[in-house]
Design a binder for this molecule. Structure first.
Ligand code: MN
Ligand code: MN
Ligand code: MN
Length: 282
């Protein structure tokens, strides 16, 4: 009997947020890389889903509608991926609208702070660079490079945009239970994205997972791109302790980030309960 593994990549970005491929080009690349089921999960946006779904149908690739929502947990930000959502759900759409307003307001506050230290036109500059995509600090960083204030992206954050720097503005995101509730209202599964990338102690990470599960979250992203040995096994144990399913994705943004290549992150540990059990035909 032939044995085949279905490759799921359930966390990817297009140019609708901070990726560089169009939704259709993302689907083509996923197909080329051997992905069987793809979820597009742009930051705080569902704008790429129609195009991606149509292209996936044309290329006979499995497709899951998704999103990645920014939210607040304690003093820090965390990301919640929503999978298998209804992109037209009014509660979710109102949430997305609120995220856009939070980003716009944050952008205005960053620009105001930069103006106070003599950097003019940052908002207009960042918006121009974003070119209709979801506005974020990377666009301000690019503006700072363009206007000759710094030479690199890294320096833009180190000198101006990072924590405690002159352009540092607190995030204005909703709290985690609220973000989860939008996903659930849209019929989706809430997944705690890349739990190992928040620079927390394991004690704090465990508290985050406990809060996430209590708020109705259903899965942990145990694989996020190419990661160190042992991370997935540890996260699966954590997921199992809280009766959470397990998800996996590349967090693909651009082709030259080889550690985030579509579908290229190994298989799910055997003792996990993959998130797709929640929607696969029984
Ligand atoms: Mn991103
Ligand atoms: Mn993220
Ligand atoms: Mn992401």
């Amino acid at each position: 009997m032939e044995f085949t593994v279905t490759i799921y990549d359930l966390h990817t970005h297009s140019l609708v947020s901070d990726g560089i491929l169009s939704p259709a080009a993302l689907v083509s690349r996923a197909k080329l890389q051997g992905v069987d089921v793809l979820a597009l999960t742009d930051h705080d946006s569902v704008a790429g889903l129609t195009q991606a779904r149509a292209e996936a149908a044309a290329q006979d690739l499995g497709f899951i509608s998704g999103i990645e929502l920014s939210c607040q947990w304690g003093k820090g930000g965390v990301h919640i991926v929503g999978l298998n959502i209804d992109p037209e759900n009014p509660v979710l759409l109102a949430g997305i609208e609120r995220q856009a307003k939070a980003r716009q307001l944050r952008g205005e506050l960053i620009a105001e702070k930069l103006r106070k230290i003599g950097i003019e036109g940052a908002l207009a500059g960042a918006l121009k660079i974003a070119d209709g995509a979801v506005l974020g600090r990377p666009h301000f960083a690019e503006y700072l490079i363009e206007s000759g204030k710094v030479k690199t992206f890294k320096m833009a954050f180190k000198k101006y945009l990072g924590a405690g720097k002159p352009g540092d503005v607190k995030n204005l995101w909703p709290d985690m239970p609220e973000a989860i509730s939008w996903i659930k209202a849209a019929g989706g599964v809430a997944v705690l994205a890349h739990p190992d990338k928040y620079k927390m102690t394991r004690t704090k990470q465990r508290a985050l997972v406990a809060d996430f599960a209590n708020a109705g979250g259903e899965a942990l992203e145990v694989i996020s791109g190419k990661q160190n040995t042992g991370v997935a096994d540890y996260l699966v144990r954590l997921a199992n302790q809280f009766y959470l399913h397990a998800s996996c994705g590349s967090d693909f943004h651009k082709p030259d980030h080889v550690w985030q290549e579509l579908g290229a992150f190994g298989t799910m540990p055997a003792d996990s309960n993959p998130v797709w059990q929640l929607w696969a035909p029984q």
